[in-house]
Ligand binder design. Sequence first.
Ligand code: SF4
Ligand code: SF4
Length: 340
Amino acid sequence: MVVHFVPWNTSNNLLEETRRLYTEADTFGCIEKGDLVAIKLHVGELGNPTYVQPFFVHEIVRLVKEAGDKPFLTDSNTYYLAQRHNAYDHMNTALMNGFNMAPFIVADGLKSENYRTVKTRGILSEIEVSGAIAEADAMLVVSHCKGHELSGFGGAIKNLGMGCTSQAGKLRQHRTVGLEIDASKCIGCGKCRVACPMDIPEIIEGKAHNTSVRCMRCPMCIEACPMGAISFVDKPNLNKALASAALGVLSTFKKGKVSYVSFAKDIMRFCDCLPAPGERMMEDIGIFASDSPVSVDGAFLSMANYKVLNEASEVDCMLQVEEAKALGIEGETKPEIIKI
Ligand code: SF4
Ligand code: SF4
């Protein structure tokens, strides 16, 4: 499963280059006339400046319509409380960020209760796939390659595993990672509770405690703690969970009905879920297209200096790609890359 690639060269017309990329990679070969085609993307948190530029998505929508299909933009609600937590806020954010070129259907519904629980393998035995994604005839997975505080890297596998699952599915994946509070370092200042979007840490007899099943293992309390008392445990488990969830999501599609386009531009330290995605980790690389999430992520990691992402997150980015392949998702971790 080869990967086709266009370098990010602003001396060229990148819109025209992507058209050639889609033709060479047969990106739209996964769809048949009349299909309801999910274009799975991340519309960016409100204020985030680095998500995939809408005009690239506009072109994909145009080409899908030209092929006689019915494209709809889609993403699932976030578990954390921000501007994409429910369908109302999510749709407004999509509009404000420029995604008005096709209907935007929030895949898991108004309050994330529209999902289908499917069996999977690996670190998870089942996963909650967002309803509109499970029902779609075909899917184009449009991803932004960037760093991530917990998984080290976010690309196509993360877009499938985390992005195509409901809040219940997201929580299931995040809770494969543990969280530890070192009581010997804790001074009971309560800054962790103030920073927590769920008001979870409780201060009992001068020490912070977290026993809540709602804790989603975000880094907010860790970053807020002045004593370095809070840390993740078994962080690489999230990468295994992403692969496991991605396998479950793909099980809702017939073979050959999902295709991938990944934009390796504005490769920041953190993901598009944050209004402030942090520092730039490397130069822009280009645009990849493939019919495999393993290959498209493997291609990015082959061309990127991903050690900087590993060092920033203290987790090996390659683990999610290797785990996805080990679970049986087709593709190569070091694929052949054909430059267009
Ligand atoms: S990791 Fe910390 S900040 Fe995040 S939900 Fe859990 S307690 Fe709250
Ligand atoms: S922020 Fe750190 S030191 Fe303060 S209460 Fe929370 S764990 Fe303890």
